[in-house]
Unconditional design. Structure first.
Length: 317
């Protein structure tokens, strides 16, 4: 999605070219308006998915006087949707806004090859959001942990936002399969870890494991982009049982195997990313029915849609 500064440059260029009759200003204006409408549709869909993903923690949506959109959290914190900056892939990870987090569409279902190294849906995280939902620091996160007993051992996972219930649902379905499928068992257990209050290796950013919302399954030397070559990662990905991925995704987990910076043993509870893909992955750009695909029979979802439309009730030009 284009950032504000790029939109301003585009409009300025069109105006300049029109002075010299190089372009048809009316046709280009139509294209710009269409692009603007498409961007607003995508913004609405992003925000709806975040609100659906964290219903107990997001209480309101506000449009500031300068046109910025903010999610209002239960604590009163405000989280900015779009900071208007044009960023490199690395900057999006180190200094993201909500738009950066939601923009790459996570590819649900089976894949046969590694993603491009710059494509990492879900690897961008908003720490203000994670701290609000799962715990501000180590002690607070630890208070929120559930112990999940499984056939292959105990797992600690955050109970907030139904994360531990989601992992239990995964294991309830996956473990019986593992007991009859050697390939699934080999990839599932022994577990490599869940909660671990630490930074991501080589960075000052907290790992999702620090919030108790990620699980690393059985270790393989070719699972991680920093441990193995892309060729080795590709071979590992092709052999990985699709049933493991499908069961995790069904329960709102993303898979690190779908990152260009691949992390094949890693699954992370990210309902907003899965919902965006599940409900809007087929690209609905209709500004009047931008919510098509969402579960609109749900009264709470209806209230979110109404609120979003109220906040975005302004003219394109």
């Amino acid at each position: 999605m284009e950032k504000t500064v790029l939109r301003v440059v585009l409009i300025s260029c069109i105006a300049t070219l029109s002075l010299f009759n190089i372009v048809d200003i009316q046709n280009l204006r139509t294209l710009v308006v269409s692009d603007k409408k498409e961007n607003i549709v995508k913004m609405k869909q992003h925000i709806l998915c975040i609100m659906m993903a964290y219903p107990e923690y997001i209480t309101d949506l506000k449009l500031s006087e300068n046109g910025n959109i903010y999610l209002i959290m239960k604590s009163g914190r405000k989280i900015l949707y779009d900071d208007g900056k044009s960023k490199s892939p690395e900057e999006k990870i180190s200094d993201p806004d909500l738009e950066d987090m939601m923009e790459p569409i996570y590819p649900l279902g089976k894949i046969d090859k590694l993603m491009d190294s710059s494509f990492n849906p879900g690897r961008i995280r908003i720490y203000t959001l994670l701290k609000e939902v799962y715990g501000e620091g180590k002690k607070e996160v630890e208070k929120n942990l559930d112990n999940i007993n499984t056939y292959y051992g105990h797992l600690q996972f955050n109970r907030n936002n139904n994360a531990s219930l989601a992992l239990k649902s995964v294991m309830d379905e996956l473990i019986p399969l593992a007991q009859s499928r050697a390939d699934i068992k080999a990839c599932l257990a022994p577990y490599s870890g869940t909660f671990n209050y630490r930074n991501i290796s080589g960075t000052d950013r907290l790992s999702p494991h620090a919030f108790g919302i990620a699980i690393d399954l059985a270790y393989n030397e070719n699972d991680y982009w920093q441990w193995s070559s892309r060729k080795q990662g590709q071979e590992r990905l092709k052999s990985y049982p699709k049933e493991i991925v499908e069961i995790f995704e069904k329960n709102n987990f993303i898979w690190g195997g779908k990152w260009g910076h691949f992390d094949i043993l890693h699954f992370e509870y990210r309902p907003e990313i899965i919902m965006m893909s599940r409900f809007f992955g087929n690209k609905n750009n209709n500004p009047d029915f931008w919510y098509d695909g969402a579960p609109i029979e749900n009264d709470q979802v209806k209230s979110y849609i109404k609120k979003i439309d109220e906040v975005f009730d302004f003219k394109i030009f």
